[in-house]
Unconditional design. Sequence first.
Length: 175
Amino acid sequence: MSSTKVIHAIYNDDDILMDAVKQTRKAHHHIEEVYTPFPVHGLDKAMGLAPTRLAICAFIYGCIGLIVATVMMNYIMITDWPQDIGGKPSFSYIQNMPAFVPVMFELTVFHAAHLMVITFYMRSRLWPFKKAENPDVRTTDDHFLMEVSVNNNEEELTSFLKNTGAVEVKVIDKH
């Protein structure tokens, strides 16, 4: 089994981290991951991550909710048990659609929200009782960690990361 080495560079300021990420990418070093105690605006673009497609999923899930609401209300209020409520005849779904708009809206939002949460957890591989993958507990408080892969350039990369403003640089052997 081969082991891979990574370098953990720890920073104490988000602006220094952003500059370090840009310098590291410019020097063509591969950044595995960056751990931060709070979201850092623009970090995803600085790391070169592809834009998320979760908004497309949200739209699709909303459309699914709208279809479920339409089919459900058509079956319940028109086909299965038609009722004359407020003098509105139950001959067709289109005639009664204005009364159904609140239900359509709520089921659209319900499906989009709940399916987005499930999609986010599955995509992020966050399962109940999953062990935390945080490599340094200080990143949940006030430090930032950049994990850079080592390719037979350990000394050069260590000195490079120290020059980017890292307060601590450690070589870690990941199994």
